[in-house]
Design a protein around this ligand. Sequence first.
Ligand code: KG4
Ligand code: ZN
Length: 373
Amino acid sequence: MTARENLILGIESSCDETAAAVVAGGCRILSSVVASQVDIHRKYGGVVPELASREHLRRIVPVVREALEQAGVALPDVDAIAVTRGPGLIGALLVGVTYGKVLAMALKKPLIAVNHLEGHVHAVLLEAHAAGRRPELPAVCLIVSGGHTLLYRVESASSNGAERFSYARIGGTRDDAAGEAYDKVAKMLAFGYPGGPVLDQLAAYGNPEAIRFGEPKMRGNAYDFSFSGIKTAVFYHLRRHPELAPEIEARREALARGERKADALRALASPATLDLVASFQRAVVSDLVNRTLAAAEQHAVRTILVSGGVAANRELRATFKAEAQRRNLAVHFPSRALSTDNAAMIAAAGYPRFLAGEHEDATLNAEANLPLS
Ligand code: KG4
Ligand code: ZN
């Protein structure tokens, strides 16, 4: 008989997703429940922190209950509770941290604090491990979402039979995150919120070479990113092309009627707009891929991990795959479900800490700016 696998209950509430998951043995997902608040924040075109905290409070108990139910696990069967400590919105984080603490104390189970960014790294490793693959480390990991655009070097070492991970920051955005740029450009063009998924679909219908957005020049660290320039370039492009204003207004009205699907919005987009979208996406994707590849080369690593909401982008995935193949590098992405915020990645990231006996007590606090390294 094999030993019973340890069960970790993961809890995530750093931004606008209330999530809970049960993960067995560090990589077998028994359940992963995500309650998205996107419908609440949509009319504001971005996450409203106060509304996020209130929704987390409302959803956290039913979401955890559902995760346990789907996993067929009772609370006392859980071996540890892993919760996101930061970075994120402080009021949102506090809901998960407080609930995690209460559960751990009531059940007398270990409490594990997880950095949300480490969770994104583990989203990739978790699925690779579950599929029997072991991405070769060290690796360069690009975390690219609505809140983050970061490059880390990821290493692992074994100590006392347990694998421990360490992270070194290589670069990050100096202004907007890539997902934020997608959301802001989609807002200017009236393609709805969040902007990434719709722009991703529409980009396939335009000419990505139509408009040249200059590459952002970075003084200092060549592995830093900047996306506010391209957002401003789109803004000035629209100013120079007032003939695009009527279709933007038409899409705004369609959105107000609840017509948010990419196909419906595409019917209201001229070829010039589709070219603009395709060119914007090409510029963002090229920049993300080029800097990540350069970092991999400089750090002499053979593996690239890509995670976060923008990792779902089709052009980003295809470009990374093609470029990695050309250079004989391995590139790993999570599935769509694990690209965006979820609690399975928090449970998976907490597992090595659980094995190492790295437990927290009731003094654990949320940290809005918690760094990964
Ligand atoms: O990881 P995530 O769910 O939340 C955080 O920001 O932490 O990422 C959401 C972000 C949004 O900005 C959204 O527009 C972007 O990811 N996104 C995409 C795609 N899907 C989601 N951006 C580009 N292409 C996509 N397919
Ligand atoms: Zn995230």
